[in-house]
Ligand binder design. Structure first.
Ligand SMILES: *Cc1c(COP(=O)(O)O)cnc(C)c1O
Length: 293
C-alpha cells in the first residue's frame, strides 16, 4: 500500500473575488493525501485501523455514506475485515447503489437493519444484540460518521501542518470531527471556520463534545456557520452547482459537491460580504474529491 502524502500540499489560487479585497485564498489539498482513501477519511480512519490491531471492524452508515465507503477501502488497504451496518432493511434485497456496490467490492460485509433499530444502535442492549447477530462480539467499533477520539486526534495533524501558513482555515462539517481536530492543531493566532453541510444547527455542540472526548476540553479558536448547507445534506441547488462548475473552470480543481463546494462557496460569499479584513490569509481544506461514478 502506498504511504499517505503528508503534509498535503498548500496551493495558492488567484481569484479576483478575493484579490479585490486584499485577501489571499489557498487550498489545502487533503484530497491528495492518498490515492485510495482521500482527505479527512484517511486522517480519521488510519489511527482507528491501527488501534483495531487485527480485530474486525464494525461501523454504521446510510446507503450513500462516504464514511462506509472509506472504511471499506481502508479495510481492504490495511487488511482489516469490515462490516457495515446500513440503515434501511428494505435495501437488503434491492440491487446495490454504486456506493454500496463499492463497499462490497472492497470486501465489506453489509448488514441491513430497519430504521428504528438503526436509530437505537448506540443503546447498549440493541448494540449487543446486533453484534451477537453478526457474530462480531469482539469487533472494534467505529461510530457512524467515523468521529471518535482517535479520529479527532488524527485530524489535529491537519492543523499543525497549517501553522504559520493561514489566518482562517475553513472546513466542511458533517459530524464536526475534522473541525474539532483541525482547531486543536492550529496555532494560537489562527482560527478554524466550520461550514455545516447539514441542517439543524447542532454542529457547534457536537464539535465541542468531540473535543471533550478527544482532548478533555475545548482546544483552539473555532466557530461553525450554519448559513451554507443549501437546504441540507446532499442538497445541491442550481446556484451551488453553477458556483462549483465555475470554480472548476477558473482553477482546474475537481470540486466535490456535498462538502467542498459548500466550503468554497461560504468563503466566497463571506469575502464578498467583507467578513475578513484586508491581508487575511484564507485556506479552504479540500477534504475530498468527486466520486468517479
Ligand atoms: C466525511 C466528509 C467530511 C465531513 O467530516 P466530519 O469529520 O464528519 O465533519 C467533509 N468533507 C468530505 C469530502 C467528507 O467526505
Amino acid at each position: 500500500m502506498p504511504p499517505p502524502q503528508v503534509p498535503t500540499p498548500l496551493e495558492p489560487v488567484e481569484d479576483p473575488r478575493f484579490d479585490a479585497r486584499g485577501i489571499t485564498l489557498s487550498l489545502k489539498r487533503d484530497d491528495l493525501i492518498h490515492p485510495h482513501l482521500v482527505g479527512n477519511k484517511w486522517r480519521k480512519l488510519a489511527p482507528n485501523l491501527t488501534a483495531a490491531a487485527g480485530h474486525p471492524l464494525v461501523t454504521f452508515g446510510g446507503a450513500y455514506s462516504n464514511h462506509l465507503r472509506a472504511t471499506a477501502a481502508a479495510g481492504r488497504l490495511l487488511g482489516v475485515a469490515t462490516t457495515g451496518v446500513v440503515r434501511g432493511d428494505e435495501l437488503a434485497d434491492r440491487p446495490r447503489n454504486p456506493s454500496l456496490a463499492r463497499c462490497e467490492a472492497d470486501g465489506m460485509r453489509l448488514h441491513f437493519v430497519d430504521r428504528s433499530t438503526y436509530r437505537r444502535k448506540d443503546e447498549p442492549e440493541i448494540r449487543a444484540a446486533l453484534l451477537r447477530d453478526l457474530g462480531e462480539e469482539d469487533a472494534y467499533l467505529v461510530p457512524e460518521g467515523g468521529s471518535n477520539a482517535l479520529a479527532v486526534q488524527g485530524c489535529a495533524a491537519l492543523g499543525t501542518e497549517l501553522r504559520g501558513h493561514a489566518d482562517v482555515v475553513a472546513v466542511a462539517c458533517g459530524t464536526g470531527g475534522t473541525l474539532a481536530g483541525l482547531a486543536a492543531g492550529l496555532g494560537p493566532d489562527q482560527r478554524a471556520l466550520g461550514v455545516s453541510v447539514l441542517k439543524g444547527g447542532f454542529l457547534t455542540g457536537e464539535t465541542a463534545r468531540l473535543q471533550d472526548t478527544a482532548f478533555g476540553g475545548p482546544r483552539g479558536r473555532w466557530s461553525v456557520t450554519d448559513r451554507f448547507h443549501c437546504g441540507g445534506y446532499a442538497r445541491v441547488p442550481a446556484a451551488l452547482e453553477a458556483f462549483a462548475a465555475d470554480f472548476e473552470q477558473r482553477h482546474g480543481l475537481a470540486v466535490e459537491r456535498l462538502y467542498v463546494a459548500k466550503t468554497l462557496w461560504a468563503l466566497t460569499v463571506l469575502a464578498e460580504e467583507g467578513a475578513f479584513p484586508a491581508g487575511t490569509r484564507l485556506t479552504a481544506v479540500v477534504t475530498g474529491a468527486p466520486e468517479p461514478y
